[in-house]
Ligand binder design. Structure first.
Ligand code: SAM
Length: 252
């Protein structure tokens, strides 16, 4: 019975698109023929090519670079928590900018400048990264994940980054709700892991109104800004919420 229903559903999809079957690509139903055009666009994408040249694991590294160029979040010697870190683009940018690679080098190295710290967390499994403490297979909703972060911080972070996103289901409103929930989880963790006057970046994707959440952010941070880096794809609904001055009086 269920199989018959599924078969009927698939044939409807096929008929709706003429003879071309529909497939899910990047969370959206598209004609199968468009897989190759997505790949073509991807390989033509300037940030994909730059990432390969600059040895970043993915193009999203440039999103943090562009956010940092605008808001000057990352400095030598500071401590950064990177949530949703896999495959490691933001982690690599953070390591370079806070100067934490020395962590993995011998003590007589000639490395100069203040030495920072990067703690990277993802629910996906991650390989070790020189210059960062990596917690793979760690869901941010799990109490033990917070304990691990706090144990490694031994104090609080200057910056908390979250590029976390759920796997898109293709319904922008449902994706928005789930991604907003991830942002709310980060906001709940902030008092435990972010220093006073600290900064945070949260990614929000999907279709919906974050007004209540923005209100909560404004109660906790002195400045709350929306930013879409030039490296965000035009087709993407993502926006980054940059929050400055944790625990300081709101001036906006
Ligand atoms: C867009 S990717 C991050 C890309 C990364 N910033 C980079 O530059 O390489 C989003 C990540 O969020 C992670 N994620 C989603 N929900 C999570 C959760 N509850 N806890 C931890 N990580 C999560 C996913 O596993 C995924 O790797």
């Amino acid at each position: 019975m269920i199989l018959r229903k599924l078969a009927r559903w698939f044939s409807t999809l096929k008929n709706r698109s003429g003879n071309t079957p529909l497939v899910v690509i990047k969370g959206k139903l598209q004609k199968k023929g468009s897989t190759s055009s997505w790949l073509q666009n991807h390989s033509r994408d300037i940030f994909v090519r730059m990432a390969a040249q600059d040895h970043y694991p993915c193009r999203s590294a440039y999103k943090l670079i562009h956010i940092d160029e605008k808001f000057k979040l990352l400095k030598q010697g500071i401590t950064v928590v990177d949530l949703g870190a896999f495959p490691g683009g933001w982690t690599k940018v953070a390591i370079e900018r806070v100067n934490s690679k020395i962590q993995g080098l011998s003590s007589n190295s000639s490395h100069k400048g203040k030495i920072g710290k990067v703690i990277s967390v993802d629910k996906a499994s991650m390989n070790p990264v020189l210059g960062a403490t990596v917690f793979g297979n760690c869901d941010i909703n799990d109490f033990l994940t917070l304990e691990k972060i706090k144990g490694e911080l031994q104090g609080k972070a200057d910056v908390v980054l979250s590029d976390m996103a759920v796997n898109a289901c293709g319904i922008p409103e449902a994706d928005f709700d789930k991604n907003l929930e991830l942002c709310r989880t980060v906001l709940k963790l902030i008092p435990e892991i972010l220093k006073k006057k600290g900064k945070t970046v949260l990614k929000l994707t999907g279709n919906g109104s974050p007004n209540d959440f923005i209100k909560s952010l404004k109660e906790n941070f002195s400045k709350v800004k929306f930013f879409r880096p030039e490296s965000t794809r035009k087709s993407s609904s993502e926006v980054f919420i940059v929050c400055l001055g944790y625990g300081e009086k709101n001036s906006t």
